[in-house]
Ligand binder design. Structure first.
Ligand code: GLU
Length: 300
């Protein structure tokens, strides 16, 4: 199955945006330009008849800004208070932007208990389905205000894992994680010039998991461990996943058009008769690009 026909056919899509995608790293303020573009992309997907569910981070960061805290929240109570203030503000902005297109949204705050407790899970599943049936766009976050860091319940901790739970819960066709990395490399591209970008992963095996765990930087394979865990959770359940860089929010359109951006992790049912797909080595890539440029020039 080719990438284009696989991705253009997706109907129910969960899209996760990280705090770094929706705020300015220098100031911590919301990047309204980008959020506006993001909402327009979502509306357009809805116009194509697709169902979208957003998992949005940002509550703690936005709350911290609103409260004028100069430092990172130091205590659990401080962090949870920031989340309470920030979540309301974040939703207010989403509402305002979606409202320009008369699109209803809903706030869905989940805790890990909502997934581990069968009764809660059933209710959450039911509510999501009803919201989608009513043409509402659910905007999900962890309920940081009451989430506890205990072994018994635990919290999701990160929104990659939360997004994977949500994708499984709603039986999504596709999960897109927009974060601050381009996707998966065979090695850290800053350390190893032979590192190759991985376009398609047929199956998340032990080697890949180890590789993600070993990485410690934010670049290249770095920050990958939670994404690989998320990938494993969804691909096992039949959902494909794409990781791409949220720096350019329009990549969502490219992903949906089946273009080769980000890393695509195939679910078990789609990964059977394909191979992992790597970009050529950098030197090779540069050589090819040079030749191509020359040929184009001579044609002109
Ligand atoms: N739930 C957190 C927030 O909204 C974000 C956690 C994460 O981004 O992984 O601030």
């Amino acid at each position: 199955m080719d990438r284009k026909s696989l991705l253009t056919e997706k109907k129910r899509i969960v899209i996760k945006v990280g705090t770094s995608t929706i705020t300015y790293s220098e100031t911590g303020n919301i990047n309204l330009n980008k959020l506006e573009k993001f909402v327009r992309i979502l509306i357009n997907l809805r116009n194509q008849g697709k169902e979208v569910i957003v998992v949005s981070s940002g509550a703690v960061g936005v709350g911290r800004k609103a409260l004028g805290l100069k430092h990172r929240p130091a205590t659990e109570a401080e962090k949870q208070a920031c989340a309470a203030v920030g979540q309301a503000r974040l939703m207010m902005i989403y509402e305002k932007l979606f409202n320009e297109y008369s699109q209803l949204t809903a706030q869905v705050l989940l805790t890990k208990e909502s997934i581990l407790n069968e009764e809660c899970k059933k209710k959450a599943h039911q509510t999501f389905n009803e919201l989608l049936r009513m043409n509402v766009v659910p905007i999900v976050n962890e309920n940081d205000v009451i989430s506890v860091d205990e072994l018994a319940y635990g919290n999701f901790g990160d929104n990659d894992t939360l997004a994977a739970y949500v994708a499984r819960l709603v039986e999504a066709d596709l999960l897109i994680l927009m974060s601050d990395i381009d996707g998966l490399y065979t090695d850290d591209p800053r350390q190893n010039s032979d590192a190759r970008f991985i376009h398609t992963v047929k199956e998340i095996d032990d080697h890949l998991e180890r590789m993600a765990k070993d990485s410690s930087t934010e670049c290249g394979t770095g920050g990958m461990a939670t994404k690989i865990t998320a990938g494993k959770m969804v691909t096992e359940a039949g959902t494909d996943m794409v990781i791409a860089n949220g720096e350019n929010i329009y990549l969502i359109n490219d992903i949906m058009a089946g273009k080769k951006v980000g890393t695509l992790f195939l679910s078990h049912k789609h990964g059977q008769d394909v191979k992992d797909e790597y970009s050529p080595k950098r030197a090779e890539y540069r050589r090819k690009a040079k030749i191509e440029k020359k040929t184009q020039r001579s044609i002109k």
